[in-house]
Design a protein. Structure first.
Length: 268
């Protein structure tokens, strides 16, 4: 009889130990436990030691770390009717464990599907050139839309990065031709600007020389000196009238002056 009682007490004690052990939960720093009491939400516990009463309470773990989600490649038709394939990465984390468990069945799948549809919708409103050149602005647009729509699920979308915009071979060749034409246009514009600046400089120099005839003569003499340095050929260079004007005037003055005649006188 005593043996049966001891056996019964031992069995009860063993059951209590098993229940006590099964009621103990250890949550890490980045984990939270959503506790339900008889199917109804009770509270969020953690991190550390958490006691869950078996049979009465259930706990669902939620990871609060940032999740890196790869958005599969999506077929997008841009506003200028160009078909491209775009994939992206979404960074998000759970900020409200209660909403993440109660408001949506599977927040990971829901966020992934929402990211795919949002990526197609946002990029479809822009032209191909904007997709290639303004990627940061598109990332911000997608991130803001996702963050607003997942707020009711207790999800915070921290960042969205578009990884690749894949084009077909025909479109790549067309973009290459466009870039080449743009480079040629810029080269012609730069050449035209250089010609314009050179013409303006020559015009200013001509005006300055026209106001100073002596400077024009000096420039002429300098040019003669430079040409004379080359002894390999004979060059006939016309002498401008202005250069000889001073010589002619000096000669005329000498001819016009009266000549003094000295007559010797004889003494006596």
């Amino acid at each position: 009889m005593i043996y049966d009682i001891n056996l019964g007490l031992g069995t009860i004690l063993l059951v209590l130990i098993v229940i006590a052990v099964s009621a103990i939960r250890i949550l890490r720093e980045y984990e939270r436990g959503v506790i339900f009491m008889l199917g109804r939400f009770w509270k969020v516990k953690g991190p550390g030691l958490v006691i869950v009463i078996p049979g009465l309470q259930q706990m669902v773990k939620v990871d609060l770390r940032v999740v890196t989600m790869d958005v599969p490649s999506q077929d997008v038709i841009s506003r200028d009717n160009v078909s491209v394939k775009v994939n992206a990465i979404v960074f998000f984390r759970v900020v409200d464990p209660e909403k993440a468990i109660i408001q949506v069945e599977n927040y990971m799948v829901a966020t992934s599907q929402l990211a795919q549809t949002t990526l197609r919708a946002v990029l479809g409103k822009h032209e191909l050139d904007e997709m290639l050149a303004e990627r940061e602005r598109l990332n911000l647009d997608v991130q803001q839309i996702l963050d607003a729509q997942t707020d009711g699920w207790g999800i915070k979308v921290t960042n969205v990065e578009i990884k690749h915009v894949d084009l077909n071979e025909t479109m790549i060749r067309a973009i290459a031709r466009q870039a080449e034409a743009e480079r040629e246009r810029r080269a012609k514009v730069i050449h035209a600007e250089g010609e314009k600046q050179a013409a303006e400089s020559l015009m200013e120099a001509a005006e300055m020389l026209s106001r100073q005839p002596a400077a024009m003569q000096l420039r002429y003499l300098q040019t003669l000196t430079q040409v004379a340095g080359d002894k390999s050929s004979t060059i006939v260079f016309p002498v401008p009238v202005d250069l000889l004007k001073g010589v002619v005037e000096a000669s005329t003055r000498i001819d016009a002056e009266p000549t003094a005649v000295v007559t010797p006188t004889r003494a006596g």
